[in-house]
Design a protein around this ligand. Structure first.
Ligand SMILES: Nc1ncnc2c1ncn2[C@@H]1O[C@H](COP(=O)(O)OP(=O)(O)OP(=O)(O)O)[C@@H](O)[C@H]1O
Ligand SMILES: [Mg+2]
Length: 208
């Protein structure tokens, strides 16, 4: 479906004169992928936006690849069945890798429910520069928030294959960062973003 002419042959790699290290020097930061995964309503976009603002304030160049937005363009030909979800994640993983190679701190905020799809994205990036952030929020909290009204529709059977209701969410086994409620209370967006900024700082991503 995605490649009607079969596997391409006679393809070579073109080396470019300016490399990732040069771009990182220009930007005084290290390119990386911050992959934010979790249930719908768990706060992925909220974290990405708050983190993006904080990084911008610190003079760091970042970009958000948000699942919903990408489905308006790059991935608008894809639905929500398992193979479409896999292709959706594959494409975003490849784009995120390019953005990281461009020297940016690239945040990808997508439900990305299947472990093997996220692990694929990790496998194509250099391991140290792929930072998986798990929004470990209980389904009840996400369902209570339900800002898009999707859980209500899924419970009523009007949306089929909704993650957490009648489609699985596979939590990460090896994430770098886990964001979860403390004593039953979800941390504020700023606190969530701070947790990621601290990680990026400690690992040296905020300088060249
Ligand atoms: N830390 C937080 N504290 C309070 N409310 C929050 C927090 N994070 C997110 N919210 C609220 O929860 C709702 C869902 O958040 P958000 O849209 O970021 O979720 P999402 O994971 O991106 O969902 P989707 O997968 O559907 O895009 C929003 O109304 C948002 O304002
Ligand atoms: Mg979102």
């Amino acid at each position: 479906m995605y490649s009607s002419l079969g596997k391409p042959t006679n393809i070579f790699w073109q080396e470019c004169p300016v490399g990732k290290a040069d771009r990182q020097k220009l930007l005084n930061q290290k390119g990386c992928v911050v992959w934010i995964t979790g249930l719908s309503g768990s706060g992925k976009s909220t974290l990405a936006c708050t983190l993006g603002r904080e990084l911008h304030n610190r003079g760091k160049l970042s970009y958000i690849l948000d699942g919903d937005n990408l489905r308006h363009g790059l991935n608008k030909d894809l639905g929500f069945k398992a193979e479409d979800r896999t292709e959706n994640i594959r494409r975003v993983g490849e784009v995120a890798k390019l953005f990281a190679d461009a020297g940016l701190i690239c945040m990808a905020s997508l439900i990305s429910p299947y472990r093997k799809d996220r692990d694929f994205c990790r496998s194509i990036s250099s391991d140290a520069s792929f930072i998986e952030v798990f929004m470990n929020m209980p389904l009840e909290l996400c369902e209570e928030r339900d800002p898009k009204g999707l859980y209500k529709l899924a419970r009523a059977g009007k949306i089929k294959g909704f993650t957490g209701i009648d489609d699985p969410y596979e939590p990460p086994l090896n994430c770098e960062i886990e964001i979860r409620p403390e004593n039953g209370v979800c941390p504020s967006p700023c606190t969530m973003a701070e947790q990621v900024v601290t990680y990026l700082e400690e690992k040296g991503f905020l300088q060249e």
